[in-house]
Design a protein around this ligand. Sequence first.
Ligand SMILES: Nc1ncnc2c1ncn2[C@@H]1O[C@H](COP(=O)(O)OP(=O)(O)OP(=O)(O)O)[C@@H](O)[C@H]1O
Length: 792
Amino acid sequence: MANEQKVREQEYLDQTLKQIDLAQLEAQEEIKKSKGSLSDVASGWDDVRVKTSTYSGIVETAMSIRQQQQAIEERQSAKSRAEDRYQTLAKQKEKPYFARIDFIDDAEEKREKETVYIGLASFADDDGKFWVYDWRTPVASIYYDGGLGKVDYQTPAGKQTADVTLKRQFEIEKGVIVTLFDTEEAIGDAMLLNALSGESTTKMKSIVTTIQKEQNKIIRNTDADLLFVQGAAGSGKTAAIMQRVAYLLYRYRGKLNSGQVVMFSPNQLFNDYVDQVLPELGEQNLVQLTFYQYASHRLPRFEVQTLEERFESNHQNEKIERLLGSLDMFKAVRAYAEDLNQSGLKVRNLNFRGDVLLSKEKIQSIYYQYNENYKLSQRLEATQESLIRSLRSQVGAQMKQDWVELAIENLSKQEYDEMVGAGQVRLGDDEVNDAGDLTRLHQLGEGPKERTFASDKQERNFLAKKIVTQALRPLAKRVRRAGFININAQFVDLLRALPKYLSLADYQISEAEWRTYVDAFVASLKEKKLSLPATTIYLYLYDLITGKHGQREIRYLFIDEIQDYTPFQLAFLKFSFPNAKFTVLGDLNQAIFTQDWASSLEEDFASLFDPDKVDFVELTQTYRSTKQITDFSKGLLRDGKTIEAFNRSGDLPVMKLAKTEGQAIDEVKAQLIKNAQDGEQTAIITQTLAEAKALAKELADQKITLIRSENQRLAPGAVILPSYLAKGLEFDAVIVWQADASHYSEENVRRLLYTVTSRAMHRLTLIGSGQLSPMIEELPKSLYKLEDGHAK
Ligand SMILES: Nc1ncnc2c1ncn2[C@@H]1O[C@H](COP(=O)(O)OP(=O)(O)OP(=O)(O)O)[C@@H](O)[C@H]1O
């Protein structure tokens, strides 16, 4: 019977493959045809007559050029459509589908049984018969959401119910069905186990064949403005959102493109790790960046605190950090900015050739001459216009100055020619447009002509005007960029005024402590250094004053490892991406930067959204690690009970405690060899970068890559990296270095230890010297094996 089934399924597969072949031939024909017609169109250029002597001639020329361009664009897009189709078909031929469901749709009157095959993309033949359905179609949801029997699924027309009679999973290789099995559950454990027991690669893979029901909820959610996903380490949060992006791009095809989807990720290494998932699913990659990259590229003149500095400076001033990262602070900045409508804007003089051209007082009086109905941004715009006018009105006076005379005398022949030939330049004109205009003039055969002058005086005036205008241009640029606002001084003023806007006592901070902090801050600002919380406040204040409206074109924003963000940062992201729907993922147990207040993060962030538009999904089942590793890691947590290990068995984690550090290093070497022999890719995780560097030196004779910065690439083979760079990643085998009392005693590194141990998929070794870490000592002995560390 089973064999008979396999034969019948193989027949269906053969037919599907045959149809795909036919479709591929058609696509090939199409490509050829559009190539041919492209060259036909290209020869059409000969018919484009360039007439530039009259205005209507110019218009006619422009029109025919445009028509020609359009014809080429159309053919080209037909060609690339056919090429895309060809590529998709080629991919589909390898594995056309991975599952089949049979069901009776309750909405259909006839109640006939339907059979649907599910694959990475849909495939229909010329007659419109669907041989395969894309995993993202509404009907495919049935496959992920339940077992046999009644299953609800969402369609664009609303909820529908189906009666599922068969769920079958396939493994297909090179056109042959290798295995096939029927299941009654949502996704058979056997298939999941199979997917999970493979070895790690340096790249994350797609999980479409084994998406779990809870993950499917995350992937297909389209209602929420804020989708909050809390899940243990390794519970597939990242995997789920990568598939979610693919789903959204499919669902909103034509309306949404991958450039409108942004993901904030924990570090650059992680970006590297996930960058194959979407291409594997036939989609383009989304925009990925870290908060550091986002903030620091906007402030090129500052040294923004790096991940390493942030991690290593942690807890220096916890009360203040907490205040700076709070929503209270966010509101205080807004209130402070609001008050700037009345008074207090800090500006700089606009100097020209060493003299004050427009004084601070003058600029301030312009800024505050507009009535109270003006908002900050309008006030600024009106001030800029007025300042540009003032600059223009200075031209006449400057032209009479001695420096202009001198400049005219010193003009070289080339400079003179350039000035006289290039046409009129007006202060405040956009340079780019000027260049554009010139090019256009050139194209239409009207290049700049040498100017002639009626008199010497006229020539001198012309040159003087040019010279002054050019000299004033940097100032005009500065005005347009609002460079006269002294944002540094404004920021310091905000900090000094802060006690007026919020209660320091709520954060157990005295006024004197605050003053000391602000003084230290001023000193670091002088050195152009900014901590990450300060950077965010700085940007927010700047955006409020200049009326920046954020990036309105971004429709979906994903934030991974949300527990490492402060409420302020999140509120700022919401402000900066006003039209985006947010999907945020986090594991409060892995808060390594923000510590205790991470627990109120969810509430704080949700308070910024309409409560009806906030959805919360919790993932408790973990997939990454073996049961033994998960049980050990969760044991480290004070509150790890809700985490459920997937039933995949492996060895117990081993704690090797050596007498001396030298012996511990020998243990590391021995373990590296063992892991390599067993084909397990190893990551040695240290707490800090300095420790990673020191250990790498000791292991200089081993083949091992030190990952010291987030901008490095993940290398195959063994790696050594500090804890904060291991975020979000996974490895076959992990060695936790210095996992002893000297490094893991304080409560504030408990979550860090959990984070690093949960990176291991198959093998976890903890190596240290001296005393056992109390966090490990208090674990039940059944969760790990304790060995003396004296490697032979
Ligand atoms: N449904 C699934 N089928 C197969 N593999 C899965 C599934 N869900 C997750 N995985 C695998 O489990 C591992 C962990 O997933 P992922 O990295 O998404 O977890 P995470 O919740 O983001 O973890 P962390 O918080 O530790 O970064 C990955 O290798 C992923 O491919």
